[in-house]
Design a protein around this ligand. Sequence first.
Ligand code: NAD
Length: 351
Amino acid sequence: MAHRVTLIPGDGIGPELAEATRRVLDATGIAFDWEVQEAGEATIASEGTPLPERVLDSIRRNKIALKGPITTPVGSGFRSVNVGLRQALNLYANLRPARSMAGVPSRYDDVDLVIVRENTEDLYAGIEHMVGKDAAESIKIITRAASERIARFAFEYAVANDRRKVTAVHKANIMKLSDGLFLESCRTVAADYDGRVEFEDRIVDNMCMQLVQKPDLYDVLVLPNLYGDIVSDLCAGLVGGLGVAPGANIGTEAAVFEPVHGSAPKYAGLNKANPTALILSGVMMLRHLGEQSAAVRVETALREVIAEGRRTTYDLGGSSGTSDFADAIIERLDGGTAAAANPDPASTAAR
Ligand code: NAD
């Protein structure tokens, strides 16, 4: 039976990356029934909202979505579709593996980190108001329930994927109540995994420096929403940039797979952007669907094409377009040269 998946192409470079990814996933021979749902800038004009209810209904029905990036105007206007979607579907865990790839220029060649970001609260709760004309207040919400839930997700991920350590990241020295509660919740959950998974904590500023200098000391990181957003871009930078960083938003009722990067409007429609991050998000989706061998084949083909370096996009030092890069991966899948296993263990967490 075909897997029915909601496909949200998104804005900017989203549609061309979604097309490339769909072609690669279809080339595995796994049957997909793609339910394409437009959201973002285009539907503001046609439907008065960037996140029509039909999109949420489609994901609730199919329980799984592959999503391109969606533009969020800075300052006034609509709230972020990405944040709205995560909150509406209670996709509480944002999982972002950062793993080095041969052929991708970067500072280190052996980074293997997994960022587990809380996805529903913190400063992203969207509670903001003006205080008079010249001051503004944003309210940071941290609850014990959401903090323990994300910490448990991180530890369960570590156990399922043979990872040795979970590091909680916070600023509890300054925000003693909110970040203090996050840290306390992580410690409570860590006690249940004593002897099985190591636990430690780091203050976020120190964590950033340590990740730049000694990323090999870390394994799985668990963070509240805002630090998680920032630190995952830092980790994407450690493995070659946003073009290669995949992600998954996971809840109890649905999962939405999307790259870390945004809609990069300056490259929209130019057939220039790198589809790797969305394709790797597709690999995480394949694992979530139980299609392990297809996941291994796609990831191996992708890694081989990148390592070879002949048909990659500009950000990887190549001169191929998005679609030619995808063709190169498909040719490798068809040629069957991608049978050797080189799976990304990080991706299995999406199961
Ligand atoms: P961005 O990630 O879109 O782009 C920043 C830069 O990274 C680009 O200019 C480009 O140089 C590079 N880049 C990103 N993706 C790439 C790819 N696939 N291939 C090659 N290079 C790539 O970040 P931004 O410019 O800050 O944001 C643009 C818009 O995207 C904003 O409206 C933002 O709100 C939105 N956004 C959406 C999501 C999402 O949909 N989940 C995430 C982040 C940002």
